[in-house]
Design a protein around this ligand. Structure first.
Ligand code: FAQ
Length: 311
């Protein structure tokens, strides 16, 4: 049975009235948002690492400038999202400590390596493509600060997707060796990109409640299907082959039928056993430790200023 507060809250959500930081909200709504927004923020920050890997090796000055700007955008996205999470009564330090101790997740996709320059194309095209597919509906999520953060993030994300596709186009239209690199990147990134949408609906523990609260707008499988439908013609245009023998347009449903990713692999990556989990967390831990003197300096400065005001 719902309490009066809960009933009133649900009515508000049903009427598409945004929930704001000072409004009453159920404890589990707050917890779910902190989990999802926090994990989303961590994904943006950890997500800088696979592309950061190629900044010093970009093939031209122009490509380097574009990649640098993209990776800086991800840092900005992480910061908006940490701020949105902070409106729910947690601190960024607390969220970071939970990430570093393995108590909070980040997207599984960033535990895969970026082996060649073509991976910069595949990441932009597929990973940012999947991210937008998930984030466009989140602009209508029920929590005000999260939904507003999504508006700007989606604009930048669509630029990211286009720059990735532009790299793929160049590679796919290039020499035989470049085409081969582009195909290889697609082969390696395809299934990990499908995993970004989360487990299949029957295994998604949070979807039902999150959708009732309009934290999530679509199910994981709905968004995965939409992504496949949009991406197949893009691959055809590039002249590349999606690594799935079962991929076929289904006249009856109007959707592409496709093979599911290896869900055992997905759950292993979530447990910390993906190819790059250890590297990613070590890189974050080092950045956090190396930045300790900055945080301490800022705190000392703030305390000094506060003391000067009192005096
Ligand atoms: N990776 O019950 P559900 C980006 C976990 S885009 C890791 O279905 P939910 C941009 C899930 O947390 C990527 N863990 O969960 C970029 C839960 O475990 P928990 C980030 C995953 O929350 C591009 C458990 O499995 N985007 O960074 C994954 O209802 C390029 C059960 O799953 C967002 O975070 C996964 N793929 O649905 C940056 C979008 N999937 O927490 C750089 C916002 C599921 O109980 C370069 N988030 N899990 O321990 C969401 O929409 C949702 O949280 C889902 C998962 C759809 C990801």
């Amino acid at each position: 049975e719902m309490s009066d507060d809960e009933r009133h809250f649900q009515d508000k959500v049903d009427a598409n009235i945004k929930v704001e930081p000072r409004d009453w909200m159920p404890d589990d709504y707050r917890k779910t948002l902190i989990r999802q927004i926090g994990q989303h923020a961590h994904s943006e920050i950890v997500g800088q690492l696979p592309e950061g890997n190629w900044i010093t090796r970009a093939p031209t000055l122009e490509r380097k400038a574009i990649l640098l700007a993209k990776v800086q955008d991800e840092a900005g996205h992480g910061l908006y999202l940490y701020c949105a999470a902070e409106t729910l009564g947690v601190t960024r330090d607390d969220l970071t400590e939970k990430l570093l101790s393995g108590r909070m997740k980040y997207s599984s996709i960033f535990n895969y390596p970026t082996l060649t320059w073509a991976d910069m194309g595949a990441v932009g095209w597929l990973v940012d493509g999947a991210a937008i597919m998930n984030q466009v509906p989140l602009q209508r999520t029920s929590y005000g600060p999260y939904s507003r953060a999504m508006v700007r993030i989606c604009k930048e994300e669509s630029f990211h997707q286009r720059q990735g596709y532009a790299i793929m186009m160049k590679m796919a239209q290039g020499s035989a060796a470049q085409r081969k690199m582009a195909q290889d990147a697609l082969n390696r990134m395809w299934y990990p990109s499908l995993m970004m949408f989360g487990p299949s609906d029957k295994d998604s523990v949070h979807s039902a409640q999150s959708m009732a609260w309009k934290i999530k707008i679509n199910t994981n499988d709905e968004l995965r299907q939409k992504f496949v439908n949009e991406t197949v013609p893009q691959a055809e245009y590039l002249g590349l082959t999606i690594p799935d023998e079962n991929l076929k347009f289904n006249e009856e449903t109007g959707n592409y039928d496709f093979s599911q990713p290896d869900w055992d692999e997905f759950f292993e990556v979530l447990k910390g056993n993906g190819p790059c989990n250890t590297d990613r967390l070590n890189a974050r831990r080092k950045a956090w430790d190396d930045g300790a003197w900055v945080r301490e300096g800022l705190l000392a400065h703030a305390e000094k200023r506060a003391a000067a005001k009192v005096a």
